[in-house]
Design a protein around this ligand. Sequence first.
Ligand code: ARG
Length: 463
Amino acid sequence: MPHDALWSGRFKEPLAEIALKFSSSIDIDKQLYEEDIAGSIAHVEMLAATRVISSSEARRIRTALNTVRKDIEAGKFQLTSDYEDIHMAIEQRLIQKLGPLGGKLHTGRSRNDQIALDERLYLRKAIREISKLVVQLQRVLLYKSEKYFGVLMPGYTHVQRAQPIMLSHHFLAYSSMLERDYERLEDCRKRVNKSPLGAAAFAGTSFPIDRVLVAKKLHFDGIVENSIDAVSDRDYLIEFAAVCSIIMTHLSRFAEELVYWSSKEFGFAHISDAYSTGSSIMPQKKNPDMAELVRGKSGRVYGGLMNLLTIMKGLPLAYNRDMQEDKVPLFDIVNTTRQCLFIFSHLLLHTAFDKERMAEELRTDYLSATDMADYLVRKGIPFRQAHEITGKVVAHCMSHRMYFGNLDLEILKEFSTAFEPDIFDHILPQSSVDQKQSAGSTNPHEVKKQIVHWSRVLKNRKA
Ligand code: ARG
């Protein structure tokens, strides 16, 4: 049976059961019970400090709120869809326990500022957890970069073999991307960590409340100044969703690489059995499902972002009930991003990279063509001409089914007299990476610098 709504005074008939079922958000927002109770306790303590209620009243309400929390956790208080939302459920339970005194809790407050507060408290915690998972993945990347230091692989552009690179260099590119994700989360946290409580419905309240005191009690960095803004905007959720979407983009790109690197065609990566799945019909198969799911779940997070933007785009100020729908994408974004970061760290940890296969691919191609052209440039040939000559050498090799390794000086001289015996050392994959000189390049010294940098950064990071 539906409970009597706490707002039923001006109504002649109760809310239709189907209308309650349709509008109830408790199935979703019951996840916010801890935040809701913590917010109520801070609010009630402030009401006592500002003498809006007496301290003994505040104490009794606080004790009862703690009991409500324990009742929820012990399953003694069922949060069913007979309640409109988590706020109403908790308040009704409080009134059941305390009688009319329970009704004093909501003085100077509205569910509009209450839900905004709960979401900010929830998000603050989620950001902390997600940041930790980002750092955890960065640590795995650092570990892999150290473990595979010295291993060379073909680097790609347009999924075409381009130039030899260090595998560690490739891993560390993701560390840099994740670092920006970490910074974005930090930045987003600053805007999330402001208290909206005390905005009441939107215009403020006539009680002498102390918004700053509540904010301090709940460890906020301050208050959301404008009370209309405090209950109306969800830009902090949208920003967070955008940050998570970027994280998922990074994970999805890496996942895509693991998917094709683990194919027979590439054979660069071997995902351990514990993180692979079989086929129900093809006995020989071992599939990279974890990576595929991470790639696929990025769609859910992007969808959440679009969902939030669409909910908000046409809403006039201040609060509108549409905003209740924000929690479905919010929770999904948090859970999906958390799960994906977590599994990806484990997946990567349990993936071996095949040095020999990568070396073989480097041998049987023309990845040092840029180095050959650069060699000619050093002998005084303009780069454009050097590019043309090298292109002809490549075409010659291709039509004779051979690689750079099979060339001899006599053949090379036919393309340019500038070629000397030292060309052969010059175009080895190892020389190719060693010869890079620019900062942040694939030169082993530069890659080592990045490893040293990340060890220092990650060691000092508390996450
Ligand atoms: N369940 C509502 C939400 O999530 C709480 C605020 C309701 N406010 C109101 N005036 N009906 O947005």
